[in-house]
Design a protein around this ligand. Sequence first.
Ligand code: NAD
Length: 435
Amino acid sequence: MKITIVGTGYVGLVTGTTLAELGNEVYCVDVDQEKVRLMTEGTVPIYEPNLEEMFLRNIQAQRLFFTTDLQMALKQSEVVFLALPTPPGEDGSADLTYVLGVAEQIGSLMDSYKIVVNKSTVPVGTADKVRSVIAGKTNIEFDVVSNPEFLREGFAVEDSMNPARIVVGCGSERARSIMSEIYRPFTNTGIPIIFMDEKSSELTKYAANSFLAVKITFMNEIANYCEMVGADVDMVRLGMGSDDRIGHRFLFPGIGYGGSCFPKDVKALIESGHQSGFDFQILKATEKVNKVQKTILVDEIEKFLGTLQGKKIAVWGLAFKANTDDIREASSLDNIRMLLDRGASVTAYDLVAESNVRKILGDQISYAPSMYEAIENADALLIATEWPEFKNPNFGIMAQRLKNKAIFDGRNMFSLDLARQHGFYYNSIGRTTVG
Ligand code: NAD
């Protein structure tokens, strides 16, 4: 099948590459000329494990193409996926400018039947809006389908090649049969495809992400309470998670959720509710708790050091989570800004996210080429991302380099026993502070 993907970011590039891997001819369209140039030359513009090999293989096989020319791509293909940004607008609702703008272009440029498949995360009713925008520009037949994306950054290739389920909101038999065809390689192996109406499909995505944000936040509150009463959140987590109605996943407490999806999707669902006169109380509480949770350790560092004025704080990890270079809404940034505001200097280390942070913070902070250089002479270490390389560090080197042997761990990387054995002051989330 010949397929166009409009928007070649995390979702578009991974989706395009996966569809090419399955034998389709895929045209990835983006407005960012530099990005298109890089990809055409064989450079992957984002960090995503296992993507590069598949990306290069499909370029070589002439199944994966990159272009800024939407008209050319549309001429080639019957199916057009939209993987465009839907950032929060001023009131928190999803900004549909990109999606509706491209829908209008498609309406003007299409010269034969098209299926417009929306992979962007969008509020209920967006398929209708896309339909009416396209219909305003053409008399040619088309269908609009909602097909939300559930991939996780850091596992995007794995998730894309082996999704837990495929959700398709679709009112047309013709589109349904083509969508079934596209996803047959997955459904053949037993992966479920769930067909539903477009509105339910659009809401499924927001409901799934919001539920996960609530689950994390609930656990963060339990962790904070654990600290007050002397319970250990790791034990509580294991005890709770063993109940298969609850499960072990998403029960790890930390310094809040971030990233390009949870914060904006929670906000957008609150605002969608608001527009329909519905009050999402649980989501409002989740946002409020998460905002405080993100920087909960800065006060702890200040308390430990007496003041942050003139202190040097090392930060391990800048990405919003491990295995990605994405720093959108990352807790690291909130912490760094607060540390700087209170007079500290910051030296940060992250193997893949540094260049993205440089674009935002420039030389307001220093960047270290290794985790151990970051802590040289630092008054305290803050761990903001759960990168695997932080899991088993050389505690001997850490003890030598960190002035006060003080670790503030926002991701609960180490056991309390280990911290005790090496004589660290170790403050983590939902557990007794050591030292
Ligand atoms: P992104 O910002 O990484 O990529 C979007 C791309 O669209 C960029 O390359 C941008 O240049 C391009 N673009 C903007 N306007 C365009 C236009 N008019 N024509 C062509 N290209 C254009 O975004 P993303 O993270 O891939 O997210 C895309 C959508 O998917 C969002 O709605 C997001 O909520 C959703 N989503 C994201 C993830 C994730 O983990 N990132 C997961 C599931 C769903």
